[in-house]
Design a protein around this ligand. Structure first.
Ligand code: F6R
Length: 619
């Protein structure tokens, strides 16, 4: 989704802003822009629809901008279609104030009406331009002593008090050549602290090459940033809570290296992602897992009666696997909800229900909404998150970090497998407080420990999956089927394929096909069966026979040594043998590679698929 960068310091601002915008591209965007303030207070805006290198970067090359302070933005359209006019930054009525904004101003129509009546002229269809006018209006209304400029911080605070909605913003003014104002509510904003230079950004990936020292702003914080210092005030409290944190990851982790795409790099990083998720969390002596950040005593964990897992997209598929894991290993009732449905449908929750939210980014607005709703109702809310310091991580009562490293490809891969790993550990942890025997738990922990090497052996067969992909790449429709633990993997396989290759793909429980979707099976519709040798094997085999009888081409993901499957499938990819609850971790990977190679062969932009955003910060 949209990305924000702000810079103030001694260096030329434009190259720093453009480089940061390049690092924000992975989030998904349709246009980009910058506003730079020269040292003598000239405000210049450059903005362009389309890809950064073909659009904005070229424009800035042709029409350079100079100055040591500026703001930049990648836009993912919400109000108004992608166009040069709708791109950010937007100016106020006077043309002196420039604003970039992530989020949605819900009362923008009413505010716009007010300004139209006052004769303001709007050049775009965006809510952000209305916000710029609102800030400018408050700025102009301030009394000025002896020709002194008004306070930009005050104008921003006054304007935001009138705003309904969500925002992360950066604001500059030609009357304040050394100053950037940042503010957030519901949309992330971070101050990056440099040496005689400071940054504002919505995503630490944009500034990690410059600094690791950051302050994660909280909702209603307003930051006044110069090259030498920053001050933070909070619109809702007497004082703001300011804590300087250190970013963990190295900047090279956000580089593509020799891989042709970030997605491929991240698929290949999965053995390490699983190792990182397991590191320090297995206790073989007690046959259990341990976590540092759950912030719950053993007695509290034992008193949980029910877990609701909230998530969206790929994380929701991980949640479905979590349901199987926790129900089967800990005998605790689990319900999986889309975060957006959970926060709006007012589900009755018994007292000892805990909400567990899953989110790679830790910024998904729907999931943040679910977390806040559960907390508002007095329930404990835990999270499994990748991005350290993200809003959901900070607002959770307790949580577990994935430590998967930055995930840049829009389609989630390593975070998914990492979440499955942590859910397996969590199920063991909860199970050992209930009915899971030491022997059963040890078996699972050993299988988890073996998973990284097994994933390596799957990745070593990438060429075979590529061959398979080329064979089926021209299909218009795909089905992905599984049962039990691998049913959510079928859903995830279908999602991966549709989002990056734009092929229509559906995931179902293999058992559900006969209840309707089987009508769509024909010789042109490949069906991927995830059919390891687990407790569902025979039943899935029967479901497979129904597809075969209707001449659907069958690709099977089966277990090494399964000779029977070769007789009934057109193509087979073999997974190493593991325990039933661990197959999802292994089976996810060939499906990611299948989707990746199909998308590449169809010429799709796999890292930045059309219409998609990396972290969805609007509800
Ligand atoms: C799909 C994908 C999305 C995300 C979803 C939730 O590949 O990446 O479906 O999984 O938007 O995002 P997080 O996990 O950041 O909350």
């Amino acid at each position: 989704m949209c990305g924000i960068i702000g810079y103030v310091g001694k260096k030329a601002a434009a190259p720093i802003l453009l480089e940061a915008l390049r690092r924000l591209q992975y989030r998904g965007y349709d246009s980009a822009g910058i506003a730079v303030l020269s040292d003598d207070g000239r405000l210049t805006v450059r903005k362009k629809v389309g890809k950064l290198d073909d659009g904005l970067a070229r424009l800035v090359q042709d029409q350079p901008v100079t100055g040591h302070l500026g703001i930049g933005h990648t836009r993912w359209a919400t109000h108004g279609p992608p166009s040069d006019e709708n791109s950010h930054p937007h100016l106020d009525q006077s043309g002196k104030i420039a604003v970039v904004h992530n989020g949605v101003i819900e009362n923008c129509d009413r505010l716009k009406e007010r300004f139209l009546k006052a004769g303001h002229i709007f050049r775009s269809a965006t809510d952000t331009e209305v916000l710029a006018h609102l800030i400018g209006d408050h700025y102009d209304r301030q009394p000025r002593a002896n020709g002194q400029p008004a306070s930009l911080t005050q104008a921003v605070c006054d304007a935001l008090r009138e705003v309904i909605g969500t925002y992360g913003i950066a604001v500059i003014s030609s009357e304040h050549p050394g100053l950037i104002i940042g503010a957030r509510r519901g949309s992330p904003l971070i101050i990056g602290i440099g040496d005689n230079e400071n940054f504002l950004t919505s995503d630490s990936n944009a500034i990690v090459a410059h600094t690791r020292q950051v302050v994660f702003l909280n909702d209603y914080d307003v930051a006044t940033v110069t090259a030498e210092r920053f001050d933070v005030q909070n619109l809702g409290a007497d004082t703001a809570k300011v804590q300087i944190s250190r970013l963990e990851f190295a900047s090279e982790e956000a580089e593509r290296g020799a891989y042709s795409h970030f997605m491929l790099k991240e698929i290949f990083e999965q053995p390490r992602a699983v190792e990182n998720a397991l590191r320090g969390r297995i206790d073989f002596e007690a046959a259990t897992a341990r976590f540092g950040g759950l912030n719950m005593t053993v007695a509290e964990l034992r008193s949980i009666e029910r877990i609701v897992i909230g998530a969206t997209g790929t994380s929701w598929h991980a949640a479905l696997v979590g349901e199987y894991l926790i129900e089967q290993l800990a005998h605790l009732p689990v319900e999986v909800e889309f975060s957006h449905e959970f926060s709006t449908r007012n589900a009755p929750l018994q007292r000892d229900t805990v909400l567990l939210v899953l989110s790679q980014s830790g910024e998904t607005a729907d999931t943040l909404g679910a977390l806040r709703e559960a907390k508002r109702r007095g329930h404990r809310a835990l999270s499994i998150i990748n991005v350290v310091g993200s809003t959901i991580a900070r607002e959770s009562d307790g949580g577990i970090y994935m430590h998967a490293g930055p995930e840049i490809g829009v389609a989630s891969t390593k975070a998914f497998v990492s979440t499955l790993t942590i859910l397996s550990l969590l199920a063991v942890h909860l199970g050992r407080m209930r009915m899971l025997s030491a022997a059963q738990a040890t078996e699972i922990l050993r299988a988890l420990e073996a998973a990284p090497a097994q994933l390596q052996s799957i990745l070593a067969q990438d060429a075979a999956i590529n061959k398979l992909a080329l064979k089926y790449a021209s299909a218009d429709d795909f089905f992905f089927l599984g049962r039990g633990y691998t049913y959510p993997i079928a859903l995830e396989g279908a999602l991966k394929l549709k989002e990056i290759s734009y092929i229509h793909a559906e995931g179902y429980s293999a058992a559900e096909m006969k209840h309707g979707p089987i009508a769509l099976i024909d010789p042109k519709t490949p069906v991927v069966f995830v059919i390891p040798q687990d407790s569902m094997y025979e039943k899935t085999l029967a479901n497979l026979a129904m597809i075969r009888a209707r001449r659907g081409p069958i690709i099977a993901l089966a277990t090494e040594g399964d000779t029977q499957i070769q007789n009934v499938a057109d193509d087979v990819f073999y997974l190493p043998k593991t325990l039933e609850p661990i197959y999802p971790i292994l089976a996810a990977v060939p499906l990611q590679l299948l989707a990746y190679h199909i998308a590449v062969s169809r010429g799709c932009d796999v890292d930045k698929p059309r219409n998609l955003a990396k972290s969805v910060t609007v509800q």
